[in-house]
Design a protein around this ligand. Structure first.
Ligand SMILES: [Ca+2]
Length: 134
């Protein structure tokens, strides 16, 4: 990534978001609390919990500025290997380097598959007015 973009655009942008979220925390000095992360990301159930845990590198129960910027860089500006590692870490509940069947079952049970699939199919039919979507 372009260093100018990183320094002048991405980091100030993430810092702004951090400041807003940390302002809602019960301990501004420690960082963003879990409730604020869950509200901000709107990730469902256990997935939001896992996302918070993965961001909280020092397991302090709060996301400090460094953890926040680091984590959001991984999501938006990292290579595929780093993104895959992030996804892996979300699945790997006990952080032992392995994903077991139960990890996958738990995560997938919180993915709202039904709504997104039927919703988009219905919308597409309405938009194109084809395939009997009327
Ligand atoms: Ca932390």
């Amino acid at each position: 990534m372009n260093e100018d973009f990183k320094k002048n655009v991405a980091i100030p942008y993430f810092k702004d978001i951090y400041k807003d979220l940390a302002a809602q925390s019960d301990s501004k000095s420690k960082g963003i609390n879990k409730v604020s992360i869950l509200n901000y990301t709107q990730l469902p159930g256990i997935i939001g919990e896992r996302f918070f845990t993965v961001l909280d590198l020092n397991s302090s129960g709060y996301i400090d500025l460094k953890e926040f910027v680091h984590g959001f860089f991984k999501i938006y500006y990292s290579d595929n290997d780093t993104k895959m590692k992030l996804a892996f870490d979300i699945y790997d509940f006990d952080h032992d380097g392995y994903i077991i069947q139960e990890d996958v079952r738990l995560i997938l049970s919180h993915v709202p598959i039904d709504n997104s699939v039927s919703g988009s199919v219905a919308k597409e039919g309405t938009f194109t007015m084809s395939g009997g979507g009327s």
